[in-house]
Design a protein around this ligand. Structure first.
Ligand code: HSE
Length: 310
């Protein structure tokens, strides 16, 4: 088998939770990070060279704490091989710490890059298990790896992963403010226990959401995006949540949720209303003095892809 000297991995952003599916459902979006792993044959003593480009490049660590590098090293520890000296080039397209799965892109990208350089010693499903263990929950890493909308549930035999059909006329609009919110901070505000009533509420709404996403049924989608397990606690961390929500709904959104742990807000709407919803959310953030980037995206159905370059 020939030795791969470089590989470029492209990993999509993801939106997790989708309202009632806390920690178990997520969808890949058409925004990408690109990660290139180049074997350092020229200077094998230099173990770590990381370069980052993109508008938020200066915020990314280029030492051993870099998450792409940590995933790369974790992979080689897991397969009990010595990691080859490698240069990592990161091209950022996914905003950092905004609830769009930037950490998942780093973990998935690092593991896939390592797997390709190691000669594909792990299966996709083994890479997925490793990625979930590193991230701590499956709802970003699974769609980042596999694409589409995915539901993940534990089972006696590891993770059961299910693809959730997504009607083409259900359009995701993301409003990405220019402030960050760390996932750990957003998890700290959650209660350790929830009531039976709230658990039932989310179970019913997640079921409704799955059928709404599949069929595009507007009545179901209008009711489905509600949640009692995380958003009531987290919305206090996002100034003007209620006003943005009202603006999105009055422009024709089925509903609006916090994307992942936030602060990005995600509205679901149909093709006809998507421009109006995006404009209303952008206007409302701006009106409140917050800079935000609002984008109408699509579901990425490919997930992480890799191209060997030599
Ligand atoms: N399900 C996770 C959360 C996604 O909401 O905390 C964030 O990574």
């Amino acid at each position: 088998m020939s030795v791969v000297s470089s590989v470029c991995v492209t990993v999509p952003a993801t939106t997790a939770n989708l309202g009632p599916g806390f920690d178990c459902i997520g969808a890949a979006l058409t925004l990408y990070n690109e990660l290139k792993f180049i074997r350092e044959e020229i200077n094998p003593n230099k173990n770590l060279v990381i370069t980052v480009t993109g508008s938020e490049a200066t915020k990314v660590a280029t030492d051993e704490s870099n998450l792409v590098y940590q995933a790369f090293i974790k992979f080689f520890q897991h397969v009990q091989q010595t990691a080859p000296p490698a240069k990592i080039e990161i091209k950022l397209g996914v905003p950092l710490a905004r609830g769009l799965g930037s950490s998942a892109t780093a973990i998935v990208g690092g593991l896939i890059g390592a797997n390709v350089l190691a000669g594909e010693v792990l299966t996709l499903s083994e890479v997925m298990e490793l990625a979930i263990a590193m991230e701590g929950h499956p709802d970003n890493v699974v769609p980042a790896l596999l694409g589409g909308c995915r539901l993940a549930a534990t089972s006696d035999r590891g993770w059961a992963i299910c693809d959730i059909p997504w009607c083409q006329d259900v359009v995701p609009v993301v409003a990405i403010p220019d402030f960050e919110l760390s996932t750990s901070e957003a998890r700290q505000v959650l209660p350790a226990q929830v009531s039976r009533q709230d658990a039932i509420f989310n179970t019913a709404h997640l079921g409704l959401l799955l059928r709404g996403l599949e069929t595009g049924n507007q009545n179901w989608l209008r009711a489905a995006l509600q949640d009692k397990l995380h958003q009531p606690y987290r919305k206090k961390l996002i100034n003007n949540y209620d006003e943005i929500n009202a603006a999105a709904l009055s422009a024709g959104a089925y509903g609006m949720v916090i994307s992942g742990a936030g602060p990005t807000l995600l509205a679901l709407t149909n093709t006809d209303n998507s421009q109006a919803v995006a404009a209303a959310m952008a206007y409302e953030w701006q009106n409140k003095g917050i800079k935000a980037q609002v984008q109408t995206l699509q579901i990425d159905n490919q997930g992480a892809t890799s191209v060997v370059q030599g």
